[in-house]
Design a protein around this ligand. Structure first.
Ligand SMILES: [Zn+2]
Length: 232
């Protein structure tokens, strides 16, 4: 069985697994999807732990935690639905789209958490809400893995850019490295059908860096004009 980059069966080359009443079980495909679902909570649990141990109340760490928490049920729902329903079923299509919607809404919260800047957040809102609309209007993104991946890449690249501007160069480079490693598992499937679960685990490392970055003070001397505008 051939797998698409995001862990889904490549419909174009494989017949759909046999199903009974809309449900199906295919160990080659269903177990990895269950692993994909079970590797999502650590990211949110880590965020809650870091939030609970923060020395003082930090609303920006809270925003990152909320982003992880709102995405969690939709990501798990998508992977669990994929484990027990045919890839082309309406339930899989719906949960995939909702997973994307909450990735982009989380990106919007992260943009404010990392910048503290209304104008920068507004730019992110313009991009991310456009991507939310794209996800909601999409009928079937199962054969659109490259475009979906690019949309998520665009959202993440945009919201983490303030980390570099805060002069946390080491944190920024670490985040790029963690994202690159996770992305390599996603794209090149080093661990076969378990690659997507590895991708989730590696994103937990990235989440720790994200929380660390949110804990830093936002820039004191805005280096670019639109950020300066947002601070007045
Ligand atoms: Zn996933």
């Amino acid at each position: 069985m051939k797998y698409a980059p995001d862990g889904e069966v490549e419909l174009s080359s494989d017949p759909e697994p046999p199903s009974r009443g809309g449900w199906y079980w295919n160990p080659q495909y269903s177990w990895p999807e269950i692993a994909n679902a079970l590797t999502m909570p650590p990211c949110a649990l880590l965020s809650m732990y870091v939030l609970s141990t923060a020395l003082e109340h930090n609303p920006r760490v809270l925003l990152i935690t909320i982003a992880a928490l709102i995405h969690l049920p939709f990501s798990m729902a998508f992977h669990l639905t994929s484990a027990f329903r045919k890839p082309s079923s309406p339930e899989v299509l719906l949960t995939r789209n909702l997973d994307l919607v909450f990735i982009h809404l989380g990106g919007l919260l992260a943009a404010y958490a990392l910048s503290g800047c209304i104008v920068f957040t507004a730019i992110n809102a313009f991009v991310n809400l456009g991507l939310v609309a794209r996800a909601l209007l999409s009928q079937d993104q199962s054969k659109d893995a490259a475009a979906r991946g690019f949309c998520v890449f665009l959202s993440v690249a945009l919201y983490i850019s303030p980390v570099m501007l805060t002069q946390n160069y080491l944190v920024y480079l670490r985040m790029l490295g963690e994202l690159g490693l996770a992305g390599a598992f996603y794209l090149f499937r080093f661990a076969g059908r378990w690659s997507h679960a590895c991708f989730h685990i590696l994103l937990t490392l990235y989440q720790y860096s994200l929380l660390s970055a949110a804990h830093q003070p936002v820039f004191q001397h805005p280096p670019i004009p639109f950020i300066a505008l947002g601070k007045v």
